[in-house]
Ligand binder design. Structure first.
Ligand SMILES: [Zn+2]
Length: 225
């Protein structure tokens, strides 16, 4: 959102924005997708935009592994993920011998370091989408992230319901009442809602490649979660 000097501020830290950041990160898309999809951009300062490439690659590989495991990985995306992995020895060695995906429990078991990277990308996406949808910076420090493989609406619905007892703003929310935006069918869509009576309280369900569903809840820091 332009400030009074008509300069844009970084949607992550509030500094002057010199660049545009892509959401999800550009590396998530195949070359063909980049040409055909209207990618979301948000204003970002140079530091915030350039501090995330290692995380972006981890995110790309994890979403690729999920898609592959569920046979939802297009040949183009598989090729793109393979290339990233071949060029990133550090990431490759972290993943070797790791039990990456426990499909039965619909949970991703990934090495801690990669999980930190993955979560940091999710956090960035949520902060960017919050800014895009509401025109202000999400100032809350901690976001709770729940990762699911498979488009498991029922689990997400029960997750939201379970949180109802402790988080008042979720009381009248269910998965189907969330606002839905489709960026590109089978590539990326998201659902969201914001509390009307509590600044910084919001819920985001991000669906990547129709198989990786990530729910993210932000709460005011004062809520103690
Ligand atoms: Zn910044």
């Amino acid at each position: 959102m332009p400030n009074s000097l008509n300069r844009e501020i970084c949607c992550y830290c509030g500094a002057l924005a010199e660049t545009k950041d892509h959401i999800p990160p550009q590396s998530f898309f195949t070359p063909d997708e980049k040409k055909s999809i209207q990618l979301i951009t948000v204003p970002s300062c140079f530091n915030c935009n350039n501090s995330a490439s290692a995380s972006d690659e981890a995110f790309k590989v994890i979403s690729g592994l999920c898609a592959a495991r569920l046979n939802k990985c297009s040949p183009d995306y598989a090729k793109s993920v393979r290339k990233t992995l071949l060029e990133n020895n550090k990431l490759k060695s972290l993943l070797v011998n790791a039990e990456n995906i426990n499909e039965h429990e619909k949970k991703i078991l990934i090495p801690t370091k990669i999980k930190e990277n993955f979560n940091s990308v999710i956090e960035r996406i949520v902060r960017a989408l919050y800014y895009k949808e509401y025109g202000s910076i999400l100032s809350v420090k901690n976001l709770s992230v729940d990762i699911l493989i498979g488009f498991d609406i029922e689990h997400t619905a029960s997750l939201i319901k379970n949180k109802n007892t402790v988080i008042s703003f979720l009381k009248n929310i269910n998965f189907y009442s969330l606002k839905r935006k489709i960026v590109q069918e089978n590539v990326f869509e998201y659902r969201y809602s914001i509390a009307k009576d509590a600044i910084d309280a919001s819920i985001w369900c991000l669906l990547f490649r129709n198989c990786l569903l990530v729910t993210c809840i932000s709460l005011p820091d004062s809520a103690g979660f």
